[in-house]
Design a binder for this molecule. Structure first.
Ligand SMILES: [Zn+2]
Ligand SMILES: [Zn+2]
Length: 407
């Protein structure tokens, strides 16, 4: 396979990829409903022979490209994913194609993911005769906390039944605006954390602030719980396996001379293994209840599960590294030493299908990448010259897997 020609072909497609990205960027959609974005995708791929599947839970769609090369029985299928949704925030860039909708911005780069995936579909369409297998292009809404990938899996859009099993491999990219321009990165094992939310209620009995002995004061109990949670994290978990628990809200009281009836504490739990995740849920509730008891009040804890840990298959990362280096030389790939504690709902796909997510650095070429705004910033900026690399990388991973499997 001539991967060097793949990058040249991707660069020829650059004007199309960029104009699609800008059109999506200007008209961001939120959550599980991204019909206009999907319409732009379908229009951009209208002349490509694809089999489209849509579901009922959201506007997600999977387009299948059938390779024309006769292959052995049991042809392989590889999935490539791009997410389509934006964030509920105002854009503060002065780009000519900035968001036209107040309170919405593509600040996580999902506009670029969708456009790069369309580019990959065109690249693979051009090589259809050499592909002995199928490629599923997964256009997914609802990544930003809406579990869009899980809905698409549950709708059966990725397969998982007798006539159509799940794909054999899955790949996705995420742009990083504060990482070196045009460099791909990844790591085997945990790449991103599980992210769960907790909400605690500390129940006491209010009264006059001058007579706390006649009350059951939830305030010192709440303060002690916040400290006890941090002590629990450092004393009960192996320091080599990261666990982050951050209290982000404490609400209680209405006046300087009134002991309130109760206090509310909320925050986020980030873990990198299913075992630590379960233990953190149990221990946080335990610490809250037992600390409250010591203060003569009661505490309850509710946990709302978020996305699971994003775990990359070692073979898929090896494949990705090989493809990236074939496309751009040894400098085009960086092994990530550590996971990051953000979360990503491609994790639902990787729970079922071996695969990997890679990061693509899109800091402006030649600038100090470390000082650039990160994703979710109202000023985040993408150097679009890196987008053809993303399309070539996605297409290259599909070609490599269909040709050589996990080798
Ligand atoms: Zn995001
Ligand atoms: Zn994202």
């Amino acid at each position: 396979m001539l991967k060097s020609s793949l990058i040249d072909s991707a660069r020829e497609l650059a004007p199309d990829i960029v104009s699609l990205r800008r059109a999506i960027h200007a008209e961001p959609e939120l959550g599980l409903e991204t019909p206009k974005t999907l319409a732009k995708v379908r229009e951009a791929l209208a002349d490509v022979d694809l089999e489209w599947r849509t579901g009922t839970s959201c506007t997600g769609a999977v387009a299948t490209l059938r390779g024309a090369k006769p292959g052995a029985e049991g042809r392989k299928r590889v999935l490539l994913r791009g997410d389509m949704d934006a964030l509920p925030m105002d854009e503060k860039t002065d780009l000519e194609f900035a968001s036209t909708i107040p309170g919405r911005m593509h600040a996580c780069g999902h506009d670029t993911h969708t456009a790069m995936l369309v580019g990959a579909a065109r690249l693979l369409d051009a090589q259809r005769d050499t592909l002995a297998g199928e490629v599923d292009f997964m256009f997914q809404p609802g990544e930003e906390g809406y579990h869009g990938a899980r809905f698409m899996l549950n709708d059966g859009l990725l397969g998982g039944n007798e006539e159509r099993p799940l794909p054999d491999a899955a790949f996705a990219l995420h742009v990083m605006p504060n990482a070196p321009f045009d460099v791909l990165a990844g790591r085997p094992g945990p790449l991103m954390a599980a992210a769960d939310q907790f909400t605690m209620t500390v129940k006491g009995k209010g009264g006059h602030a001058s007579m706390p002995h006649d009350c059951e004061d939830p305030v010192p109990a709440a303060a002690a719980i916040v400290g006890a949670i941090q002590a629990m994290v450092t004393r009960r978990f192996n320091a080599a396996s990261a666990v982050v628990v951050t209290v982000t809200q404490i609400h209680t009281g209405t006046a300087h001379n009134v002991v309130p009836d109760d206090a509310m504490i909320a925050g986020t739990i980030r873990t990198l293994t299913p075992e630590n995740r379960a233990a953190a849920h149990r221990l946080i509730a335990e610490v809250a209840a037992n600390t409250a008891t010591a203060y003569g009040v009661e505490a309850s804890c509710e946990i709302e599960p978020g996305f699971p840990v994003t775990i990359c298959d070692r073979r898929a990362v090896t494949l990705g590294r090989k493809v990236a280096q074939e496309l751009g030389g040894s400098e085009a790939w960086r092994d990530l030493a550590d996971p990051i504690m953000g979360a990503e709902d491609f994790s639902y796909v990787l729970e079922k299908v071996p695969g990997a997510m890679f990061f693509l650095g899109v800091a402006p070429q030649g600038e100090d990448w470390s000082s650039c705004c990160a994703i979710h910033s109202p000023r985040m900026h993408v150097d679009e010259k890196a987008l053809p690399t993303g399309s070539a990388m996605l297409a290259g991973c599909a070609i490599e897997f269909l040709e050589n499997g996990w080798a």
